[in-house]
Design a protein around this ligand. Structure first.
Ligand code: DGY
Length: 331
């Protein structure tokens, strides 16, 4: 905790973190860790940020201009624990000369492992089969029950072919899938995947559609009623990117009406999704709580990188992974 007389920088850590990483921060600063079960409310976040040099932020924090202003002129860095940073208003940070850091690269393979696991979970109805057994309904061998879709030989459509999307593609190719993709910025790939001209074409051709694009104003609601209707009735939608990329009501309707067969979701809108939400009550859905990067090794590395992004700024340097470096001028 920062004492009123402390001249050391204050770092707000908004959730419980690996203690050795908090200790690293405490060697050169005073870390205030919000160690509580629920994320801070906006009011609590603004109050806790007062006087901070840095914020060690998480996906659950909406770090907007009001939080930055509540922190005051000492605020130099907002370091996100994750590669996605849509919860931070980067324009507001840049206008205030505040660096925004993130953790790219370190979670690519872990998130891709998980994305491919979700493809398999959807195709082979794993969660649904597990619930079937737990309900005591496994009485006999049933030759025609719980039939899934083959992974090998089917077509995977990847939306967003960056680090994680292309790492999912490598796994899919090794499993005998055909991979097609749409992407905003990447050049042609050398994996042997086909870049298709439009999202509509990808939706119409794919047996599995897996989302790997960031959440931006352009991708918010990218998959809505029209897009879901273009998918094959036996196809699955996998979202391990960000919940609001998919229109939740449209997805629930498409699953109910048989426009698509299955959804496997690591992220939802809203998040967390309430237990009585229609999607949660459907059998043809697998939902897990935003765990794509949640392995011990990867979450540790993410924590280390977040700390390194903060420590650099205490030394007067930009974070090693800074998303707005070109907009920061620290003289
Ligand atoms: C990420 O790194 O973006 C994960 O989704 C955690 O927020």
């Amino acid at each position: 905790m920062t004492s009123p007389t402390s001249s050391r920088p204050k770092i707000l850590v908004t959730r419980r973190q690996f203690q050795d990483q908090v200790d690293r921060l405490n060697e050169v600063s005073d870390a205030l860790v919000l160690d509580r079960p629920a994320p801070a409310t906006p009011d609590e976040l603004r109050a806790a940020a007062a006087g901070a040099h840095g914020i060690f932020a998480h996906i659950t924090d909406a770090v907007d201009g009001a939080v930055m202003d509540a922190a005051g002129p000492n605020l130099k860095v907002i370091a996100e624990f994750g590669v996605g940073y849509d919860n931070i208003d980067v324009d507001a940070a840049s206008e205030r000369n505040i660096a925004v850091g993130n953790t790219p690269g370190v979670l690519t393979e872990t998130a891709a492992d998980f994305g491919f696991t979700m493809i398999q979970a959807a195709g082979r109805r794993i969660a649904e089969s597990d619930r079937f057994v737990r309900r005591g309904e496994w009485q006999w061998f049933e030759p025609l029950d719980l039939l899934g879709v083959d992974i090998f030989g089917s077509t995977l459509g990847i939306v967003g072919f960056g680090r994680i999307g292309s790492a999912v593609a490598r796994r899919a190719l090794a499993s005998g899938m055909e991979v097609i993709y749409v992407t905003r910025s990447q050049p042609e790939n050398d994996l042997g995947c086909e870049r298709v001209g439009t999202l509509d074409e990808l939706l119409e051709r794919s047996d599995f559609v897996s989302l790997h694009c960031p959440l931006t104003p352009e991708t918010n609601g990218l998959i809505g009623p029209d897009q879901l209707k273009r998918m094959k009735p036996e196809a699955s939608l996998i979202n391990t990117a960000r919940g609001p990329i998919v229109n939740t009501d449209a997805l629930a309707a498409a699953l109910r009406d048989g426009d698509i067969a299955y959804a496997a979701l690591d992220v939802t809108d809203p998040e967390p999704i309430p237990p009585d939400h229609p999607l949660v009550t459907m059998e043809n859905v697998t939902i897990v709580p935003h765990i794509a990067s949640a392995t011990v090794g990867t979450r540790r590395k993410m924590s280390e990188m977040t700390v390194e992004n903060i420590l650099a700024t205490i030394d007067g340097k930009l974070p090693p992974n800074c998303v707005n470096a070109d907009r920061i001028n620290w003289g």
